[in-house]
Ligand binder design. Sequence first.
Ligand SMILES: [Zn+2]
Length: 135
Amino acid sequence: MLKEYIPIGVTLQLYNFLQEASLTLPPTPVTIYYTKSLTEFHYLTDMPYNIGGIYENFQIIFQPREILVKKKIFEKVLLHELLHWVLYGLSEKYQEGLIYWYMGYYEKKEVDIFLNKFADFNYELPLFISYYWEK
Ligand SMILES: [Zn+2]
């Protein structure tokens, strides 16, 4: 399943999330690609450099790993994108907010969109996820 090197801290957080969300690892593995340069990252993703990585269709494309490490965001960006992977079936409009909320970025506007709906589920993560699971 996780073929790429994932730091133990990120693995533990990922499994904690799976437990809290009553999810299991997706049947489809994720492919992780670290670009070799920011130019390549921009070419492949069309994203600005303040975006550390993107997830789409069971693929994650990252900026060069050494750049993320130098910025001290490597583990955060990795966990963020892996959470998109394990939430692959969740309605896209709630994924970003749920992930930011779970990782403690409460100031992000996507968190409000998520929390407004989450309240309807009495803050029960498994209930919320199964209700908005589309796959
Ligand atoms: Zn995201």
